[in-house]
Design a protein around this ligand. Structure first.
Ligand code: FE
Ligand code: ZN
Ligand code: FE
Ligand code: FE
Length: 168
């Protein structure tokens, strides 16, 4: 059996996140292009830069573990991003499309928050404190990204989507 110990599970979950982050790296530029609101586009490009650092943190952890980060595909992220892609292909009102992009992006952030919360806790239990600190940093960034999207939705995007300019 592959998952004999908590350490095995820790490595598998890290690989899942590594795959998820790589998928997100490819998706965020497309989401930024699809966003009509400037602030939303900026939120996506800002998070792209953070995502690059998050990948680097995972690589640092894998290097210390002397394990390859490859070999796993996060199927959940694949599904979340496929749903997100359906929005990109829609011919929707710009504000409604932005609201839909936020809904899709927040699903992604919440998935990441769940994943990073777990591996951070595993790292602490396993005495991998340096790794736990790195994972907590990423967890905090995902939480902040999620909150920024909520603020943008509540103050601008959803407000515009309620009364789409195009239909007036
Ligand atoms: Fe991330
Ligand atoms: Zn996954
Ligand atoms: Fe559900
Ligand atoms: Fe994220």
């Amino acid at each position: 059996m592959k998952l004999k110990t908590l350490h095995d599970l820790y490595v598998e979950e890290l690989k899942d996140l590594y795959s998820a982050e790589h998928q997100i790296l490819k998706a965020l530029p497309k989401m930024a292009i699809a966003a009509s609101d400037e602030q939303l586009a900026k939120a996506f490009t800002d998070h792209l830069a953070q995502t690059e650092e998050q990948v680097a943190r995972l690589e640092e952890i894998f290097t210390k573990l002397d394990v390859s980060p490859r070999g796993k595909t996060c199927k959940a992220m694949k599904g979340l991003l496929e749903e997100g892609k359906e929005i990109l292909d829609e011919d929707a009102d710009p504000a409604v499309k932005d609201a839909a992009l936020i809904a899709a992006a927040q699903r992604v952030e919440h998935y990441e928050m769940a994943g990073y919360g777990c591996v951070r806790t595993f790292a602490r239990l396993l005495g991998e404190d340096a790794a736990a600190d790195l994972l907590q940093e990423t967890l905090d960034e995902e939480g902040a990204a999620d909150e920024a999207l909520t603020t943008l939705a509540e103050t601008v995007i959803n407000v515009e989507a309620v009364a789409p300019v195009a239909s007036l």
